[in-house]
Design a protein. Structure first.
Length: 220
């Protein structure tokens, strides 16, 4: 698997260079699919999706000069024949999985059938997560509680045996101080990467590398 698990997107040249290396080609020659589903689990989700796509919100993600970019909405897939979207997935260079509500995204990853496809799909396709899109691949996820899913629904897929806590020391997230995230990480049975918005975790065939121009800490 080739994973680039970011806190806030492609926020600096180090993360961008790591992405290009994973792709094995320039971004301008790579095709992408953006999965916005998690964003609908937070307030003003529609406006946030628009901002991420247009590049007017947050760090570069969709607006990076891809050869082509499409939108894959997971909530629609259970009512669409697989032959309409599975070939598209298999012929795409990179999946861009947006942030939002981990629990909501995890539910629709499974309900849509994409979670089942990921192990084989990611032998070729690069997975780039942003915040919740990164967290669901690990063994820790969160929820804002704005959906109608059962409270016991899983908050992550658990494909990686560690946790990611993004947005370390972000000014408008006071609960994400280093001290608070260290305390949270200490309660988990797996190692935790505390990462700020200038940091990403790269995982290639099980080998983990931290890509950072900012601050991070491993709590194990």
């Amino acid at each position: 698997m080739k994973l680039l698990l970011t806190s806030a997107g492609i926020s600096n040249s180090s993360i961008r260079n790591a992405l290009i290396e994973l792709l094995g080609k320039p971004i301008s020659e790579a095709t992408a699919l953006f999965i916005p589903t998690a964003i609908y689990g937070i307030p003003n989700g529609g406006d946030i999706v628009r901002g991420v796509i247009c590049g007017s919100l947050g760090d570069p993600f969709c607006d990076m000069g891809w050869k082509s970019i499409g939108l894959l909405e997971l909530t629609a897939l259970p009512t669409v024949k697989e032959e309409l979207w599975v070939p598209l997935l298999r012929n795409t260079d990179v999946l861009l999985v947006g942030g939002g509500d981990c629990q909501y995204l995890t539910f629709w990853m499974r309900k849509s059938g994409l979670a089942h496809l990921l192990p084989s799909l990611l032998q070729k396709t690069v997975y780039v997560g942003l915040s919740a899109g990164s967290m669901i691949m690990t063994r820790f996820g969160t929820s804002y509680g704005n959906h109608l899913l059962p409270a016991e629904s899983d908050k992550c897929l658990g494909l990686l045996n560690f946790a990611i806590h993004p947005h370390l020391d972000y000014p408008t997230f006071p609960d994400n101080s280093m001290a608070n995230l260290e305390e949270l990480a200490a309660t988990l049975p797996v190692p935790s990467y505390l990462i700020d918005d200038q940091t990403a975790i790269q995982v290639v065939d099980g080998v983990i590398e931290v890509i950072s121009e900012g601050n991070w800490k491993l709590v194990s």
